[in-house]
Ligand binder design. Structure first.
Ligand SMILES: *[C@@H]1O[C@H](CO)[C@@H](O)[C@H](O)[C@H]1NC(C)=O
Length: 127
């Protein structure tokens, strides 16, 4: 009787565990290899100007620190850490998320989020 329970649990649980695996494949991120390439610079500049426009700020883009991308049905999801200057404050890193919808030259990029990165020592392990 007890063995039957063990088998029943395995039959129910094992497919759930293995079924989760394909999703992880979709979660794969590709690192940005060369942060100086025009595509990343343009994307970062788009994020800053978009943020400035919506928030009536005057941040100045400085450089792309690092980044990663993921293919999604709706387009390429781009996550960048960028260095930004805010007036006379010291340069600070910002986390930005952008989607490139492959919509052609008309309106391909969409800003998803833009936020100042908390102090580094909290986030050494965060990509
Ligand atoms: C990175 O990209 C820049 C701009 O396209 C280029 O000048 C530079 O040679 C590249 N660096 C590497 C290591 O490929």
């Amino acid at each position: 009787m007890r063995l039957q329970w063990v088998i029943a649990v395995l039959v129910l649980v094992v497919p759930l565990v293995t079924a989760a695996a394909p999703d992880e494949v979709l979660e794969t991120w590709d690192p940005v290899q060369n942060t100086s390439e025009p595509y990343w610079i343009n994307t970062a500049e788009f994020a800053v100007s978009s943020y400035n426009k919506h928030e009536k700020k005057n941040l100045v883009f400085e450089s792309v620190v690092k980044g990663k991308t993921r293919y999604e049905v709706t387009g390429l999801y781009i996550v960048l850490v960028i260095k930004v200057k805010d007036g006379s404050l010291p340069s600070a890193n910002y986390d930005v998320g952008i989607r490139d919808k492959y919509a052609g030259p008309a309106d391909p990029l969409h800003l998803i989020y833009f936020r100042k990165r908390p102090l580094k020592f909290y986030l050494d392990n965060v990509q």
